[in-house]
Design a protein around this ligand. Sequence first.
Ligand SMILES: Nc1ncnc2c1ncn2[C@@H]1O[C@H](COP(=O)(O)OP(=O)(O)OP(=O)(O)O)[C@@H](O)[C@H]1O
Length: 272
Amino acid sequence: MIADYLSNIGTLTLIIHLLDILLVWVVVYKLLTLLKGTRGMQLVKGILIVIGLKIFFSFIGFTTMTYIFDQVVTWGVLGIMIIFQPELRRALEYIGRVQLSNILNLNIKKEKDNKADIISSIVETTRHMSRRRIGALLVLENYTGLDEYVESGIIINAAVSNELIINIFIPNTPLHDGAMILNKDKIRAASCVLPLSDNRSIASSYGTRHRAALGLSELTDAIVVVVSEETGKISVCQNGVLTTDFKSDGLSKYLTENWLTQKDNLLRDKSK
Ligand SMILES: Nc1ncnc2c1ncn2[C@@H]1O[C@H](COP(=O)(O)OP(=O)(O)OP(=O)(O)O)[C@@H](O)[C@H]1O
């Protein structure tokens, strides 16, 4: 049957169909990569369950349940667009920012160098601030865009340097309150306001700095490094989990293994 089909269509049509399938695969893969670790992933799971149930009820002939799930699907699309408006906006902005060189992975070497430099800056500056009990909140942007949080602070857009990071968190200076947001290239902003977590399972001794770190990590895939002003302890929040008491070696290892690792993993897979 497949052989008949292949002999009936021309080579050009076959190529077009193959390209079509490849494109669908790339789009779905990119979407899942973007959503991984965000609340959007739970949404995708929810949608798949609803669609699965709708097919199931329709298959066994439950007309009322099929009707209800039809309505859920129809109105659900509108609901999703309203509830996830910020995420949709960011996704469209992301698509607008995509560069051909990024798609073709031409920047990987440069990115790796930048990433290692930034990690070493974070490790050194947090060690320095921890010893001097300087409170700090450093956000490492991962694959989820953080534009809405950047916009809540003061835009910096400067190369990462130890001096600048420490200077910004010196108490009683204009930018020391709130979070600094960094990406793989630069310090994007300081004094940013993050969403507070209402997780009741973390110790009540943690104040708003740690709750803000945890809050952002619950909503995005960012890695947030906190230096406690009270204890000097260095903690890290990612995916809604707060891990405390990092030493420099542990922090360096953690960030290397968890920050912007998707492309590294992709390369590792390819080189196998
Ligand atoms: N929503 C927020 N977004 C960003 N930073 C915040 C937010 N709320 C509070 N902060 C920062 O946390 C500081 C207050 O920290 P607080 O003492 O309440 O927290 P903590 O978790 O006990 O930290 P520490 O151990 O450093 O005292 C503020 O001065 C501000 O810099």
